[in-house]
Design a protein around this ligand. Sequence first.
Ligand code: SF4
Length: 361
Amino acid sequence: MQLTDLSPQVYEARWWEPMVDGRLHCYLCPRHCHIGEGQNGFCFIRRNEGGRLLQLGYGRPAALAMDPIEKKPLSHFFPGTKILSMGTAGCNMGCSFCQNWDISKAKSDQGNALNLSAEQVVEVALEHHSPHIAFTYNEPTIWGEYVIDVAREAHAAGLNTVMVSNGYITREAFFDIYRYIDAANIDLKAFTEDFYGKMTLTHLQPVLDTLKWLRHETGVWFEITNLIIPTLNDSNSEFKELCDWALNNLGDDVPLHFTAFHPDFKLQDKPPTPPETLHRARRIAMEMGMKYVYEGNIFSEAANTICPGCKQVVITRSWHSVMSNKLKNGRCGNCGTRIAGVFTRAEAEKRREWAGALESS
Ligand code: SF4
């Protein structure tokens, strides 16, 4: 198909209001930017032009690729399938260690963006036999208008939708967007306000709120990623506090991915995360009672899914590839224990019922 047959669109954003001093207040994320005429918000892709807030990323993916779903990472949502993955420019966090900085730190006119309508994205997914579409690479919250339109088209075509997000979103926008989302991976980058303040220029609490909304107020399947950076967020006490909070607020069956950092962007003075650190974090999490704990960005047997009942491997992985899958209707093929997750289309559709109820209320 022709991917460049649309003109770049001028698309008015949602989630903003005019201020008395003429600036615009964007309330899509907890940063609450106040944006003057001709200026962009912190995320670069929301711009005040003539007293209207424009969404510069709409229809303009800067990256589009087919990935294994394990790469998001999602280990309990249709394991072994592939997923059309897309991202735009910009980000609402300011992480000095960004592992995707070439697009997240780009302004909307700096990337090699395609012109692609929501319908065309879904056509690409169907042409490549992808059963899902992921909003990923940069922070999809900041192009939530486009996410919603692509996700609605995806659902109409029978595809699932996935957010890979830093979880930095206001409650109002959260429900507007996540009602069209089937699964998410949320980055919980650390468990201290100090780290969030200094290393991401944001705050921890809104991310914790997002995780609680996902767990208690939606049917969205979600997993958590914690990127471990040597000396900055790798202490035993921090792992314990993170797991304690997760166990008390989300439950023991939320998959937790500890992943390895590599020096990138502005954070070049820290070494890559040693595998032993991931092993230590995983051991602590499992001893505390988390049922599904993974290691990522390294070659590890901890990419496998272990049955919490009989402790046998039910899904064997090599990096992001599924080598064998002994799940039977979402249960361990060995002992019959139910494995948390979404493994069938019927389950995915059942989980969407909360969004339908939201629609009709
Ligand atoms: S989405 Fe962008 S413009 Fe809006 S508040 Fe967040 S960083 Fe600012």
